[in-house]
Design a protein around this ligand. Structure first.
Ligand SMILES: C[S@@+](CC[C@H](N)C(=O)[O-])C[C@H]1O[C@@H](n2cnc3c(N)ncnc32)[C@H](O)[C@@H]1O
Length: 362
């Protein structure tokens, strides 16, 4: 089979499709798209079969903005009998390959959610069966050959499943690429989950002690009522919160927050000791991208996490790429050495989250 399946937020299939076609093309890999609107799934049919494996190994998933997770198809969708479904799946898999882990998945739609109880139930005997037969097994140290892989079983219904594989090193370690975060009862808005997810996604846990730690200074532009500020405060940071709207008293009472009722496009900290800039202003994405780049160029932050609002009805993938290019151009004009990643995170809706980190000057 020559198909790569990509999961995205339902409603963003066209963006996900435009992106995989363009970025595969940069690697001289071409194909066509099949998708159904609002299913959160895109099929990329690669013209040359041998290129499927190359693409899912070589193109970093972290470089795809709209895809949450992906896998390469193993065969056509498999019709399952009413009984002995586990055996039917094992038979289709054969015993040529071993997989490190099993991902039983459904679509991120209402039908998919309804099906997830069934698929979770089936995953228990399926996992047991595949372990027993050696199809699921941890890679032994020093084992040669291809990198460790996950086995995916995407259930479209109780009778139809698509099997596939992804590389452990180049896939999301979350089921369907979706984190399930708990809303903290003390946070003043649900937006808090966006920054929580962004920190989890972009900042490696082993670096939290230096990059997300107490004592760091942060600025939050468009901060009211304080969901993002809450994430900074709970990590012990001192926050300058900029918004004309009111901040939650619970945050102001911590003594870690100073509220500035000012325009976020005009505010700047008076000293050069600020580490984080976060920004959730609902404003034109070109303006926001320009603002973020200028803070970095001026040395007013070391890391920035911000949203670029997407314009409904527009070519949203192209819009994001244009905004990212704006930032790249500014960085290279000023010889700044940096890293930048962007993702349409699970808790994002009509926006993508961008992370920029200054690594130094060239
Ligand atoms: C989505 S809300 C932010 C929610 C906040 N991050 C939270 O978690 O509670 C967007 C905020 O941006 C603010 N905003 C929009 N334009 C702004 C500007 N030019 N300067 C300052 N704040 C602005 C709005 O007042 C609004 O409170």
């Amino acid at each position: 089979m020559n198909v790569i399946y990509l999961y995205c937020r339902p409603g963003f299939e066209n963006e996900c499709a435009a992106e995989i076609q363009e970025k595969a093309g940069w690697n001289d890999i071409y194909g066509f798209i099949k998708l159904k609107k609002n299913e959160g799934l895109v099929e990329f049919h690669v013209y040359e079969q041998s290129q499927v494996d190359v693409l899912i190994q070589k193109l970093p998933l972290t470089r795809l903005i709209f895809a949450r997770q992906w896998f390469a198809a193993l065969g056509e969708p498999l019709e399952l009998p009413e009984y002995n479904r586990v055996e039917a799946i094992a038979e289709q898999l054969g015993d040529d390959f071993r997989y490190e882990d099993l991902r039983v998945e459904t679509l991120d739609t209402n039908d998919g959610k309804a099906l997830s109880k069934f698929s979770r139930k089936l995953s228990v005997p399926l996992r047991q069966h595949l372990r027993k037969s050696g199809i699921l097994a941890e890679k032994e140290q020093g084992e040669q050959g291809r990198g460790a892989t996950n086995l995916h079983a995407l259930f479209f219904s109780g009778q139809l499943v698509q099997l596939g594989y992804s590389y452990v090193a180049n896939s999301s370690n979350l089921p369907m690429g979706i984190p399930r975060l708990k809303f903290p009862s003390k946070a003043p808005s649900r937006s808090t989950l966006k920054l929580d997810e962004a920190f989890l996604y972009f900042i490696p846990r082993e670096e939290w002690d230096t990059r997300l730690t107490s004592g760091l200074n942060a600025v939050d532009l468009g901060s009211a009522p304080g969901g993002w500020t809450y994430q900074l405060v709970r990590r012990g940071m001192m926050v300058k919160a900029v918004d004309n709207g009111p901040m939650a008293d619970s945050l102001m009472d911590t003594g870690q927050v100073k509220h500035y009722q000012q325009d976020g496009f005009k505010f700047r900290p008076s000293k050069k000791n600020n580490y984080w800039l976060v920004c959730d202003m609902i404003e034109n994405s070109t303006r926001v991208a320009r603002l973020m780049a200028s803070w970095i160029v001026d040395g007013d932050c070391k890391e920035a996490m911000f949203n670029l609002k997407l314009q409904p009805g527009k070519a949203r993938y192209q819009q994001v790429m244009k905004n990212l290019q704006q930032i790249k151009d500014t960085m290279s004009e000023h010889d700044i050495w940096y890293e930048m990643y962007a993702k349409h995170l699970y808790y994002d809706r009509e926006e993508v989250t961008v992370h920029v980190r200054v690594l130094g000057n060239k």
